[in-house]
Design a protein around this ligand. Structure first.
Ligand SMILES: Nc1ncnc2c1ncn2[C@@H]1O[C@H](COP(=O)(O)OP(=O)(O)OP(=O)(O)O)[C@@H](O)[C@H]1O
Ligand SMILES: [Mg+2]
Length: 311
């Protein structure tokens, strides 16, 4: 029997994990976890505000921007989870007040609706244009599941379309917002802003919010400390010095993905070596930094060239 009181540096829920064997603890480190920070809390608060707005002819929408790897997708998933939890027990009809969909790479209406219907679990939504339900059916399906907010992740994919495809897509967004009276949340890298700029009506209805790159300061130190506390290492880590902050920010470019990746790798190495804690020396090993580059979104699979082709 392991005495969990030995690990008073850990929160109670992490103590239970710290009692597990090495491989289970490593699996826990590799799994995703949510760490709160002020910018994320502010975005969540704005999303909540959009969610509770009454349906009207002029819905407020939001464009959430941030560099690749800053944590946009994690944030909108957290918001969708929160809303679903608040709904309590699922009834006969599965409600989808918040629909999170992925913008298709090919920004055409059939592909967009396929993704949208897939996000609410409509099985007939195949990528075949011929069986695409009519607009009226789509509207009925969406209102039956009680959609209030549609989140379109990776909206920047619209920039890969021709100028004509982009225009048609913006018309489609306007139509959705007006007909369905739902709030739209676009999510993407900062260039996504250009996609909406060309449409006056949409531009004035989208509030812009940014998840900025991390900078030196209390919020970053707190984020790193909380992240390290959430990892089941059996000895207390000594990591709140300025040198570590500078190292992390300098080598990751202040991108959340890179920061989390190197800390997780260092923690796994600390378990394997038996050191069981992190200090500056844990970040001096080259392998901890593999693939992390301050100029690029680190280790991201979502990087793609954004190019506007003439219509
Ligand atoms: N609040 C958070 N708590 C813990 N880890 C986080 C948090 N936000 C982001 N991360 C880490 O950063 C990684 C990247 O997050 P995410 O995929 O949401 O970024 P993104 O902004 O959507 O990137 P992209 O634009 O490339 O899609 C996550 O896999 C996770 O490791
Ligand atoms: Mg994402």
């Amino acid at each position: 029997m392991v005495d969990t009181k030995l690990w008073s540096h850990l929160p109670a829920d992490v103590c239970a994990v710290a009692a597990l064997g090495d491989e289970d603890r490593i699996a826990h480190i590799r799994a995703k976890r949510w760490i709160d920070y002020p910018h994320a809390a502010r975005v969540l608060w704005r999303l909540e505000e959009l969610y509770v707005q009454p349906r009207s002819d002029r819905m407020e929408n939001l464009l959430l921007l941030g560099r690749s790897g800053m944590g946009k997708t994690m944030l909108i998933r957290k918001f969708a989870r929160q809303v679903t939890l608040d709904l309590g027990e699922p009834g006969i009809v599965r409600l989808h007040p918040v629909v999170v969909m992925l913008m298709p790479h090919d920004p055409t209406a059939p592909r967009f609706f396929t993704q949208l219907l897939r996000a609410i679990g409509v099985p007939s939504a195949d990528s075949c244009e011929a069986i695409m339900p009519r607009e009226a059916t789509i509207l009925r399906l969406l209102s039956e599941v009680g959609v209030k907010v549609i989140v379109i992740d990776e909206l920047n994919s619209v920039l890969a379309g021709t100028a004509r495809q982009q225009r048609c897509f913006l018309q489609l967004l306007r139509w959705l917002s007006n007909e369905l009276r739902v709030a739209l949340v676009g999510v993407g890298v900062p260039e996504t802003r250009h996609a909406l700029m060309s449409d006056d009506q949409l531009r004035s209805r989208f509030m812009h919010l940014e998840l900025p790159d991390w900078q030196e300061g209390e919020p970053f130190t707190r984020f790193v400390t909380q992240l390290i506390w959430s990892l089941p290492l059996r000895a207390p880590s000594r990591v709140n010095g300025r040198r570590l902050t500078k190292l992390l920010l300098g080598r990751t470019g202040g991108i959340t993905l890179g920061v989390c990746k190197v800390i997780e790798r260092a923690a796994i190495a600390a378990i394997r070596s038996g050191q069981e804690h992190l200090d500056l020396s844990a970040f001096e090993r080259d392998e901890v930094w593999d693939g992390v580059d301050p100029g690029l979104p680190p280790l991201s699979v979502a990087r793609r060239t954004v190019r506007v082709r003439p219509g």
